[in-house]
Design a protein around this ligand. Sequence first.
Ligand SMILES: [Zn+2]
Length: 252
Amino acid sequence: MINNLMLLLTSGNSEYYTRYTPSGFYGIDWTYVFVIIGFVICLIAKFNCERTFDKYKKVRSSSGLTGAEAARRILNNAGIYDVSITRVSGKMTDYYSPKDKRLALSDSTYDNTSVAAIGVAAHECGHAIQHDKGYVPVVLRSMIAPAVTICSKLSIPLIMLGFILSLYSTLVPLGIILFSVTVIFSIVTLPVEFNASHRALKILDSNGILGHDEVKKARKVLSAAAMTYVAGTISSALQLLRLILLSQRRRR
Ligand SMILES: [Zn+2]
């Protein structure tokens, strides 16, 4: 029982304790490489995102608008007047809440006049516009969101329980299916994020909130931020692949 749990958490190859196998070296399960790759990818994306934001946070926009002022202007131009703009603590903790129609801008965005802050604020406006226009991936994402909350909470405990009780054809596959739902959610999130940035940059350019060169800088910030979502999705997919490999190994 303990060995089965260790299999999921650490090794994945209980035979390694006694002998070398073609699938691994002493003390190392080769499928753990997926976890490490996912972790490193996420770390690089996060580091690059922060570095890019910090770089363009120092570049003041020629319009002199703050993130909050730019957001209000963008929303009004899109005919959206029922979305409130509030301030939240933290750095790059910005989000749009469709439930209470609220655009939450972080300390690093709200009253900052940089091209980075305006880019991020415009991106969140992009989400508000997506909801207003009924952008299909957003609708799809909202539909599966409640299920994802449950799946993300239950998947790993179910898989662990399946390994502990040796239920490799029932509980483990069920846990993996639930985990797959969270991976699908990550994949559906990607077009939502890319589209929000695309809308943002188009609006900033056409409304003259940022100059042409400033838009290029804002694009770098938003692209770096989008890469964190791509990295997260790759990491989840690799984790899913590892779980499938581990379950198949135990069924043999
Ligand atoms: Zn976003």
